[in-house]
Design a binder for this molecule. Structure first.
Ligand code: PBG
Length: 326
């Protein structure tokens, strides 16, 4: 009879032993909760493919942020769905615009909550692109000037962190210059540094009621490219990003692990709408155990190197973690 030399199973015998040698752990401060606010609605609107996710009227934002704080959430990222759209997204850099109002409301509701501003234009432009369109494409450098105005307004409104998601070249350098010039050198920038042109964003487009029918492939990354994925994040680090991000998550763990090996900055991952929707739908169909699969997916992000996880599961994950210790 063959007898193995080494026995991994020795350390797997009991739950206590297994937890003592567990390499990665989830905790409530790992999570960032996305919140959607829509102008001109009176009641929350459920996002059809994302059970548990709503677009909230502006006057319910304070309550949502307070409830999240009480539930243990320590960071939120705010998305606005504007009804004041134009060709360049100017509402997003108006002091009285939706983005500024959301940030002021959230900070006032829970002053200790880390309030992150998602800085993009797609929810503020008529055409739905993440910047200024010139000809048949998004004009990178004109978009950067608008982004500079937008982030200064966001910082003035109280944003604790700026998170540009538009994938324009040079966006981190431009933002850093604008923030520093306006007296916000203390405000960190979390770059959506490696963001792919992904089909997993489908339900988000539903969530923000996007009329967008085109493609973002001329600015977001090709899902096929791993080397370029690293280069994108490394350049953002060189431009002054304080945190890097990979988006989406589950299909891009190799990218996450590669950036983790090449940077010492904190690293975030975005478990996007399609990932959430797939878990919810298969749980509803009775084919998987929702809690087990969701928590396994979140743990995998930590193992691959993420420090922060932006996820629609934030509230449930914190609740599930607390049950574990009861
Ligand atoms: C665009 C943006 C996207 C998401 C957030 N901001 C993607 C896109 O439409 O290209 C997706 C979030 C999600 O799917 O959960 N700036």
């Amino acid at each position: 009879m063959y007898v193995p030399d080494f026995r991994f199973r020795r350390l797997r015998r009991t739950q206590t032993l297994r937890s003592l040698v567990q390499e990665t752990h989830l905790q409530s401060t790992d999570f960032v909760l996305p919140i959607f606010v829509e102008e001109d609605i009176r009641e929350p609107v459920v996002v059809a493919s994302m059970p548990g996710v709503f677009r909230y009227p502006e006057d319910q934002l304070a309550q949502r942020v307070k409830a999240a704080w009480s539930a243990g959430v320590r960071a939120v990222i705010l998305f606005g769905v504007s009804t004041h759209k134009d060709d360049c997204g100017s509402d997003s850099w108006s002091e009285q615009g939706l983005m500024a109002r959301m940030l002021r409301t959230a900070k006032e509701a829970a002053p200790d909550m880390l309030v992150i501003s998602d800085n993009c234009f797609c929810e503020y432009t008529e055409h739905g692109h993440c910047g200024m369109v010139a000809g048949d494409d998004v004009d990178n450098d004109k978009t950067l000037s608008n982004l500079q105005r937008q982030v200064v307004v966001a910082a003035r409104a109280g944003a604790d962190m700026i998170a540009p998601s538009g994938m324009m070249d040079g966006m981190i350098g431009a933002i850093r210059e604008a923030l520093d010039g306006a007296g916000f050198s203390h405000i960190p920038v979390m770059s959506y540094s490696t963001k792919f042109a992904s089909a997993f964003y489908g339900p988000f487009r539903d969530a923000v009621d996007s009329t967008f029918k085109g493609t973002r492939a001329s600015y977001q990354m090709n899902p096929a490219n791993g080397r370029e994925a690293l280069a994108e994040s490394m350049l953002d680090e060189a431009e002054g990003a304080d945190l890097l991000m990979v988006k989406p998550g589950m299909a891009y763990l190799d990218v996450l692990a590669n950036i983790r090996q090449n940077s010492s900055l904190p690293l975030a991952v975005y478990q996007v709408s399609g990932e959430y929707a797939m878990i919810k739908a298969s749980a509803a169909a009775g084919v998987i155990d929702e809690k087990a699969v969701a928590m396994e997916s979140l743990l995998a992000f930590k193992r691959a190197g993420a420090d922060l996880i932006i996820t629609y599961y934030a509230l449930e994950a914190i609740e599930w973690l607390s049950q574990k210790h009861e």
